[in-house]
Design a protein around this ligand. Sequence first.
Ligand code: PMP
Length: 306
Amino acid sequence: TQTYPEFIWHNGAIKPWAEATTHVMAHAVHYGSSVFEGIRSYKTPRGAMIFRLQDHLRRLFNSARIYAMAMPYDQAQLTAACRAVMQANKLEAAYLRPVAYLGLGGFGLAADCPTDVAIAARPMGAYLGEGVLEQGIDACVSSWQRFAPNTIPAGAKAGGNYLSGQLIAREARRLGFGEGIALAHNGLLSEGAGENLFLVMDGALHTPPVAASLLNGITRHTLITLAEQAGIKVVERDLPREYLYLADEVFMCGTAAEITPIRSVDGRSIGNGGMGPITRRMQRLYFGLFDGSTADQWGWLEPVTG
Ligand code: PMP
């Protein structure tokens, strides 16, 4: 059973959870016309910090721009709203979910609907399950491919995109895997249902390029930045499926999934089946941002109480 936080921010005000409702005929319910973000805050030695909030909000506005969805609030207002909903629920380590969606205003696909905006926040542990950050998951290549370029834009984090993610994630769970990895339209590696993908080969990180029908992940960017600074080579390149089976290490990353090792793909174990040394190093560098052992030289941590 789910438990819900007490308050939610909805269309400009903090409301009790039960009052943050929308009409069943809202455009987004029928047509997937929403854009959203997933953001984490961490309890750090310097207090509760939201990680890369401005980068996430920028991506939210970019997603809206792709769909020509009017945004009734600006970035500063949504920054204040994220802080307000954290404080109202007395949260420190949390997952924030801003969503902007077309509300009630007509049933035509091109109907001129108002944009409603909500921000929820709740505590969240490891997204892919307890213990997976250390033990890793068993993954499979999905029978579902990602949408092709110039069909549904993968660079927008829009509600409708996650029909693809649901097919991939549900198929993987049904077959007993922890997560599914999708191929792009051209059969090359793309990403997980809700995570970006990294392979370690000969000590370097290899990750599919943004053109491979994937979301330009903020965790992906964080890891590329941290790796380059640590002297680990990063290559963004097309990767054929079989490289998954040949890689020394494979891991997934995302705001929710953080850095999750993959211990097997399609029943073939990766490396020795445990977390590999480069994955461990990337995990330490990443979590180090939150325990203070990795210096935040980029201003990525933003206090909840500003
Ligand atoms: N790909 C998809 C499809 C996702 O949903 C996510 C999670 N937002 C990611 C990648 C990882 O992105 P980020 O690191 O920005 O959370």
